[in-house]
Design a protein around this ligand. Sequence first.
Ligand code: AMP
Length: 288
Amino acid sequence: MTRRSKPATVQVLRTLSAMRTWTARARGKGETVALVPTMGALHAGHLALVRLAKRRADRVIVSIFVNPAQFAPNEDFSSYPRTWDADAAALSELSVDAIWAPSVATMYPDGFATKLVPGGPALAGLEDKFRPHFFGGVCTVVAKLLLQVAPDFATFGEKDYQQLKVVTAMARDLDIPTKIVGLPTVREKDGLAMSSRNAYLSANERAAAPTLHRVLKQCAAGLKAGQSLAATLDEGTAQIESVGFAVDYLEARHAETLAKIATLADGPARLLVAAKLGRTRLIDNIGV
Ligand code: AMP
């Protein structure tokens, strides 16, 4: 007998007025609200963010919006995985209260002409160097989501470490009264950071992909044992490249400011990596 997934019971809100009615009702009852922003194609990492939100808030709303503003024309906006039925079923299973699923026209109606230009951690020379459009698009959509839902807090993954720092700075700088809560990266058993983009990997690429995390751990151990930063990162880059990755960066940065560091003494340090395996670009990071 095949097991059928439970029908989705979570409430789906598609218009601003429906969403505002929902949040007003929660506020009217004095309930706290948490927002979990996602682009869908949900995996265990997203669901960990949802569980964290559920533990700390009376009501949890998950947004699912594949944000065109954070993809460059040559990137994967049109092919980005969209798995609505499975996402709704998983969120129903977790008893999420609502999904905020605006259309592109609801988010960016005709005449939309305002974009945030983040500085500070958004100009650290990491993701921004390779995806210059990215953090402007992320900040604009996250600011809109936070203003639309006005949650008490919103959860973000450390998997996208620079993004977590950028969004935290943006909420602080714009006096948005939502607390930004980070959650450690959820990984596959072999260490690969869970990502919606892992679905793009061929079997051979999937077998090579855990090298990213393995090398990060190895570099962190070497640095703690007193190896020099430059030699450790050079060796790590060579190892990642040896399994077929093209490395965009492997860097050690200050964990809070993302400023460059010369030695571990300039820390707390974070190792961050981005690399392409075939057509799939993966990112990862760990603390040292
Ligand atoms: P995305 O749908 O990929 O834009 O991600 C939505 C949120 O989930 C972001 O805050 C991500 O940082 C977070 N996230 C994605 N993958 C993971 C993971 N493996 N562990 C923890 N959080 C994650």
